[in-house]
Design a protein around this ligand. Structure first.
Ligand SMILES: *[C@@H]1O[C@H](CO)[C@@H](O)[C@H](O)[C@H]1NC(C)=O
Length: 126
C-alpha cells in the first residue's frame, strides 16, 4: 500500500516535471539501425516507449512507438516465442529508451531457425 502510493506520487510528479517523452518510432523496419532514424516527442497521455519485434525464420519486423503504460503492458501479454518465430513486446519509460531491438538478432534467429526447419522437413518427409 505504502509503496503503491509512493510509486503513484513519483509517477505523477515525474509526469508534471518532465518534458515530453521521446521515443524512437518506426513501423515494420527490418533492421534496428533503420528503425532508429526517427524519433518522436510523445503527446498526451503517452508515457511509454514500446518496442515490438516480430520474427519469422530470420526475418524480423521492428515497430517502435509512443504509447501508454497500460496499452504497452497489455501488449506484452501477447509475447510468444518459438524457435522459428515469435513476437516480443517491451516497454520502457525514459527518453529514447527503446533504442535496442533487443530481440533475437537476425543471425541468431537464422542459426536457431535453420536446424528447426531441417527438423520440420525431416519429420514432414518421413
Ligand atoms: C522534440 O522536442 C525536442 C525538445 O523540445 C526538440 O529538440 C526535438 O526537435 C523534438 N523532436 C521532434 C521529432 O519533434
Amino acid at each position: 500500500m505504502k509503496t503503491g502510493l509512493a510509486f503513484f506520487l513519483a509517477v505523477s510528479l515525474g509526469g508534471f516535471a518532465a518534458e515530453a517523452l521521446q521515443c524512437y518510432v518506426c513501423a515494420g523496419s527490418d533492421s534496428n539501425t533503420q528503425c532508429n532514424q526517427n524519433t518522436q516527442n510523445c503527446t498526451g497521455s503517452d508515457d511509454t516507449c514500446m518496442t515490438a519485434v516480430a520474427h519469422i525464420v530470420g526475418i524480423q519486423s521492428i515497430t517502435k512507438s509512443c504509447t501508454t503504460r497500460m496499452t504497452c503492458s497489455a501488449a506484452t501479454s501477447t509475447n510468444i516465442n518459438f524457435v522459428v518465430g515469435g513476437n516480443t513486446v517491451s516497454c520502457c519509460m525514459t527518453d529514447l529508451c527503446n533504442v535496442n531491438g533487443f530481440a533475437v538478432t537476425r543471425l541468431n534467429a537464422l542459426l536457431l531457425a535453420f536446424p528447426a526447419a531441417l527438423l520440420l522437413l525431416g519429420l514432414g518427409g518421413s
